[in-house]
Write a protein that binds this ligand. Structure first.
Ligand SMILES: [Zn+2]
Length: 289
């Protein structure tokens, strides 16, 4: 799949599990378990799926290789591995290797937000010291999300693990974005505030195609219907307004929505259904387009 100067690749760095009730908020289990069957501990499976944008070098010696989010990483202890059913059998490095790339090749890392399942792989432990996992990359996050992450509330501070982002700041590789902004001709950041403060979605478009990396606005394709909103969200009614706004745009201008956590579906188009929205076509890979 090509958009402008970028070739889009899907990277799967692993999976983990979260409580199904928390993932679906007010929706009864009898409904959500049809699309997302829970395990014996009531956890549903989340994948950590990324977009990797590789610039067409066009004679330049170095092309940009941009990764969106860094997944869970591998700094977890046994207790956390058990709670979150973390599957580390696949990893970011092996997923990149399948594309013929190493961590050193990544030039830019866009972080949608600093929750542990989005920035867990940003740093690695080497000789007891934390170092950027992508040593040649500039990292990007919204300043508003960084400020909240450093000083979050008692309700959500478990989602922001400081060793996953403070050392990036101290190393001087964390760049702050303020509000909606264009990264370049194809890439644009769109700020949303329902899930947490200062999350950024990533819109990748040219004159033909648009992909929206939805991050945690729509983590699974089964979250497309309007009332399907995670119990984790700090401002669920803001999430509702944001879903209405961006799902309408997705229908009106035929965007493809990319899901960072769906265990099966990588991206989908949506259509209107009554007052709300449902999935139209869905895809597991770019080969299916
Ligand atoms: Zn997430």
């Amino acid at each position: 799949m090509k958009i402008g100067k970028y070739k889009l690749n899907i990277i799967e760095s692993g999976s983990f599990g979260l409580d199904g009730g928390a993932m679906f908020g007010i929706i009864p289990k009898v409904l959500w378990q049809k699309t997302n069957p829970p395990d014996e501990a009531n956890r549903v499976k989340l994948s950590t799926r990324h977009l990797l944008l590789v610039e067409d070098a066009r004679g330049k010696s170095k092309s940009k290789k941009i990764l969106i989010d860094t997944g869970m990483g591998n700094k977890w202890d046994d207790k956390a591995r058990n709670i979150y059913a973390i599957d580390e059998s696949s990893s970011m490095n092996s997923a990149l290797a399948q594309k013929g790339l190493r961590a050193e090749d990544i030039t830019d890392v866009i972080l949608t937000h600093l929750h542990f399942d989005h920035t867990g792989g940003s740093l690695i432990k080497k000789d007891g010291k934390l170092e950027p996992a992508f040593p040649n990359a500039n990292y990007f996050v919204q300043k508003q999300n960084f400020d909240w992450a450093r000083n979050s509330s008692d309700r959500d501070k478990g989602s922001y693990i400081k060793e996953n982002f403070i050392p990036l700041f101290e190393e001087g590789v964390l760049n702050f974005i303020i509000g909606n902004a264009k990264f370049d001709d194809e890439i644009e950041f769109i700020v949303i505030n329902g899930h947490t403060f200062g999350q950024q979605m990533v819109k990748i478009s040219d004159s033909v195609n648009t992909f929206l990396f939805c991050a945690d606005l729509i983590p699974f394709y089964s979250h497309i219907p309007l009332p399907y909103i995670m119990g984790y969200d700090l401002q669920p009614l803001v999430t509702l307004q944001e879903k209405k706004k961006y799902l309408k745009m997705a229908v009106d201008t035929n965007w493809k929505l990319f899901f960072g956590h769906d265990p099966e579906i990588a991206f989908a188009t949506v259509k209107k259904f009554g007052e709300g929205y449902i999935v139209d076509e869905f895809y597991r890979s770019f080969e299916e387009i």
